[in-house]
Design a protein around this ligand. Structure first.
Ligand code: NAD
Length: 496
C-alpha cells in the first residue's frame, strides 16, 4: 500500500518529534495484518510539552482575525479534497471501512472545514436594547484556551474535524490525541493542517494510549476544555478526572439506536435503511442501528427479508469494490462481538443468521464477523440493552405505536432513532416522543449532516452538541459587554 505519510512522530510546537521515552507502538491493518506504521508511545512529559506549546501559541492565535483563521480552514478543506482518494485508501487499510464509506468520512471533514471556515466571518453574537438610555450592549464569543481533543478510531478523519475545526476558528489552540488504532490517519490530518498554514504550537498531536496520554491531558490544569468522543465507560472516567480542575468536558458517547417499522411502512425502503444502518462500517458507527422494533403484523415478513439481505452481503477488504462489509477494528473487538452472540443465545434469543467469526481464505488474516441477526429478542435482554459495536442486530416485536416508542426509549443511551411509517401524524408524534438527539423519518439511523447539531440525550453525552452552530458553544465562552455613553452613573434595575 502506498501512503503519503511522511512523519511517524508527534507534532509539538512546530516540530516532528519522537516520544521523550523513545518508545513506540505499531499500527496494523485489521483487514489483513499489514504493518501501517510505527508511532511514538508518548507519556506525561510529551503531553506537558504539547500543552505548554499550545498555551504559548494561544496568546497570538486568539488575536489573528477570525476570517483569517477561517481562510486556513478553507485551505485545509481544499487539501482534503485533493487528498480525498489517498486518505480514503489509507483508511481502508488502517481502519478497515470500505472505500465508499471511507470517502464519506473524508467528505464529512471537508464539509465541516468549509462550514467552520465560514464561521470566521460570522461567529455571531447578539445586540440587544438596554433598559437605560444611552447604553449599548452586546454578547460576543470568546475563545477559551487550550483544547484537548480525544478521538476514537471509527471516524478517524471526520471526528477530529468536528472538534478541531470549530476550536481553531474560534481562536483556541489544540492538543490532539487520536486513537491508537488509527494513528496514521490522525497524523495525516495534522500534516494537512500544517500544510494549510496553521502556525506552530496552534495544533499539536501526541500519540499514545488513553491512560498515559489521554488521562494526562484530561488532568492537565492548563487544558481548559476536553472534547472526547468514545465509549460511555471512558466518558465517566474523563468526567471524574476533569473534576479537580473544573475544566469544561464535552462528551459524545455510545448508542443503542433503534429503527421502528410500523405496519404502514414501505417495507422495501425499511429493509434498505436497516441493512445500511446495521451493517455499514461493520456496525461500528455510534449511530448504527442495533435494534429493529417491528409491529407484530410485519415482523415475520421483515425478518425474513433482512436475513436474506444480510446473507447476501460480501465480507472482505475495504479497498475491494466488491466488498460490502469490512473487518472490525481489532481482535479484542472481534472477541467482544462474538461473546455477545453467546450471550444472546444464552438469554434465549433466536440466532437467525451469522454469529460466527469468518475465516475462509484471506479473511483469516483479518478480523471479520459475519452479519448477525437475532430474532425473538426481549427488550430487556443484554443484546438489546448494551452497545456491542459490531454487525449484530436484534429484532424486537411491538404491539402498537406506543409500545414501539416505549421500547425504543427503554435504554440508557439516546443518540439516534428512526421510524418507518406513512402516517404523518404518527411521524410527528415520534419526532416529539423519541428520546434521542437525532430522529429520522423513513430513513435509517445514520447519515448526519455537518450543519445540524450532532449528539445524544441521556447517557450518550453530557448535554453538549457537536457540529452546526451548537459546536461553537463547546469551544467558546460568552462575554456580555455593556457600553454606557451617557456620561453619568446609571444604575441597572434602580434608575429605570
Ligand atoms: P474508547 O472510549 O475506548 O476510546 C476513545 C478515545 O479515548 C481513545 O483515543 C482512547 O485512547 C481515549 N481514552 C481511553 N481511556 C481514556 C482515559 N481514561 N482518559 C482519556 N482518554 C482515554 O472508544 P473507542 O473504542 O475508540 O470508540 C468507540 C466508542 O465511541 C463507542 O462507544 C461509540 O459509540 C463511541 N462513539 C461515539 C460517537 C458520538 O458522537 N456519540 C461517535 C463515534 C464513536
Amino acid at each position: 500500500m502506498a501512503t503519503t505519510l511522511t512523519h511517524h512522530r508527534n507534532y509539538i510546537d512546530g516540530e516532528w518529534v519522537v516520544a521523550a521515552s523513545g518508545e513506540t507502538f505499531d499500527s496494523t491493518s485489521p483487514a489483513d495484518g499489514e504493518h501501517i506504521g510505527t508511532f511514538p508511545r508518548s507519556g506525561a512529559e510529551d503531553v506537558d510539552r504539547a500543552v505548554a506549546a499550545a498555551k504559548a501559541a494561544f496568546d497570538e492565535w486568539r488575536l489573528v482575525p477570525a476570517p483569517k483563521r477561517g481562510e486556513i480552514l478553507f485551505r485545509f478543506a481544499q487539501l482534503l479534497v485533493e487528498q480525498k482518494d489517498a486518505l480514503a485508501d489509507l483508511m481502508t487499510h488502517e481502519m478497515g471501512k470500505v472505500k465508499a464509506e471511507a470517502g464519506g468520512d473524508v467528505q464529512e471533514a471537508i464539509d465541516m472545514s468549509y462550514y467552520m471556515g465560514g464561521e470566521g466571518r460570522r461567529l455571531f453574537g447578539q445586540t440587544t436594547p438596554s433598559e437605560l438610555r444611552d447604553k449599548f450592549q452586546m454578547s460576543v464569543r470568546m475563545p477559551i484556551g487550550v483544547i484537548g481533543a480525544i478521538t476514537p478510531w471509527n471516524f478517524p478523519i471526520a471526528i477530529p474535524s468536528w472538534k478541531i475545526a470549530p476550536a481553531l476558528v474560534a481562536g483556541n489552540t489544540v492538543v490532539f490525541k487520536p486513537a491508537t488504532d488509527t494513528p496514521a490517519l490522525g497524523q495525516r490530518f495534522v500534516e494537512l493542517l500544517v500544510e494549510a498554514g496553521v502556525p506552530k504550537g496552534v495544533v499539536n498531536i501526541v500519540h499514545g494510549g488513553g491512560g498515559a496520554v489521554g488521562e494526562r491531558l484530561v488532568r492537565h490544569p492548563d487544558v481548559r476544555v476536553i472534547s472526547l468522543t468514545g465509549s460511555r465507560e471512558t466518558g465517566v472516567k474523563v468526567l471524574h478526572a476533569a473534576a479537580d480542575s473544573l475544566k469544561h468536558v464535552h462528551l459524545e458517547l455510545g448508542g443503542k439506536n433503534a429503527v421502528i417499522v410500523m405496519e404502514d411502512a414501505d417495507l422495501d425502503l425499511a429493509v434498505d435503511g436497516i441493512i445500511w444502518s446495521a451493517f455499514g462500517t461493520s456496525g461500528q458507527r455510534c449511530t448504527a442501528a442495533s435494534r429493529v422494533i417491528a409491529h407484530e403484523s410485519v415482523y415475520d415478513a421483515l425478518a425474513s427479508r433482512l436475513v436474506a439481505r444480510a446473507e447476501s452481503l460480501r465480507l472482505g477488504v475495504g479497498w475491494d469494490d466488491a466488498t460490502d462489509v469490512g473487518p472490525v477494528i481489532n481482535r479484542a473487538a472481534l472477541e467482544k462481538i462474538h461473546s455477545y452472540t453467546q450471550i444472546g443465545i444464552d438469554e434465549g434469543a433466536t440466532l437467525l443468521t451469522g454469529g460466527e467469526i469468518a475465516t475462509e481464505g484471506d479473511l483469516a488474516k483479518g478480523f471479520y464477523y459475519r452479519p448477525t441477526i437475532f430474532g425473538d429478542v426481549d427488550p430487556q435482554m443484554r443484546i438489546a440493552q448494551e452497545e456491542i459495536f459490531g454487525p449484530v442486530l436484534s429484532l424486537i416485536r411491538a404491539r402498537d405505536e406506543a409500545d414501539a416508542i416505549r421500547i425504543s426509549n427503554g435504554v440508557r443511551y439516546g443518540l439516534s432513532s428512526s421510524i418507518f411509517t406513512r402516517d404523518v401524524n404518527r411521524a410527528f408524534r415520534a419526532m416529539r416522543d423519541l428520546e434521542a438527539g437525532i430522529t429520522y423519518i423513513n430513513a435509517g439511523t445514520i447519515g448526519a449532516e455537518v450543519h445540524l447539531p450532532f449528539g445524544g440525550v441521556k447517557e450518550t453525552g453530557n448535554g453538549h452538541r457537536e457540529a452546526g452552530q451548537a459546536a461553537l458553544d463547546v469551544f467558546t465562552e460568552w462575554k456580555s459587554v455593556y457600553v454606557d455613553y451617557s456620561g453619568m452613573l446609571q444604575r441597572a434595575q434602580i434608575d429605570t
